[in-house]
Write a protein that binds this ligand. Sequence first.
Ligand SMILES: Cc1cc2nc3c(=O)[nH]c(=O)nc-3n(C[C@H](O)[C@H](O)[C@H](O)COP(=O)(O)OP(=O)(O)OC[C@H]3O[C@@H](n4cnc5c(N)ncnc54)[C@H](O)[C@@H]3O)c2cc1C
Length: 238
Amino acid sequence: MQATLIESVEIAPGVRHFVFEARGIERLAFTPGQFVSLSGVVNGQTITRAYSLASAPCGKEAAAGNRFELCLNRVDGGIFSPHLFDLAPGDSVEMQPPLGTFVLREPVRNSLMIATGTGIAPFRGMLQATLKPGGPAFTLLFGVRHESHLLYRREFEAMARELPQFRFWPTLTQPEAGWTGRVGRVQGHLAEAIDATCQTRADLDIYLCGLKPMVDDVRQILKSMGFDRKQIRYEKYD
Ligand SMILES: Cc1cc2nc3c(=O)[nH]c(=O)nc-3n(C[C@H](O)[C@H](O)[C@H](O)COP(=O)(O)OP(=O)(O)OC[C@H]3O[C@@H](n4cnc5c(N)ncnc54)[C@H](O)[C@@H]3O)c2cc1C
């Protein structure tokens, strides 16, 4: 299957939001949190990389049913991400249909979502699809270095204003002067986020997405807190 780039917009230094259209189908069916694999020829070699779907199926911005959105970091010295950054609207790449098990557990319960960097992508799609008045509580704990890297900040702030059961907790490891919010790594806010999201720890599901060091470290902490492995789902980008 081919995907055609509709637009890509820089949303933070070195990070772009991409809107693609899957060609030849009316609707791209997927469960929020899944990923697509994109392939292309770079320096004579076919390269394939996975990217989390950053939108809900037929999400607000993905008005056409075959549109989907991605959020990508340009990895310095990376092979494929710079190739995707160089695409112009109208260019196409090869794609595989959505796959993956990093989706919300059913029935959806009170949930803590923890992301660093572009690990925010699957949570955006999950929240777009799932948040509704009177539903379970969600806390999104989002760690980045600088305020300018708080991807989709306005959207999450708007969700938090509209729905009292949704909390958006950004934290910065390298805050600029004037930042009055949370600071430090997500790990430092874990216990407070857990307590804010549930009455009883057994009733909470926890989702982690980002690079291996954060995911491994948080899993270890959660294990030591007594969480059952079934309560924890994660996606590692590397
Ligand atoms: C299931 C899954 C979903 C993914 N979803 C996304 C996504 O939504 N957005 C996204 O930007 N990436 C995502 N990735 C990572 C992506 O597949 C590539 O690894 C990334 O684009 C780097 O590819 P590259 O060819 O440019 O770099 P490579 O030449 O393959 O270099 C790999 C290096 O890049 C680092 N790296 C990988 N991903 C990132 C990242 N996101 N930020 C910083 N460093 C990184 C690795 O630690 C490694 O050191 C996902 C990976 C998986 C397995």
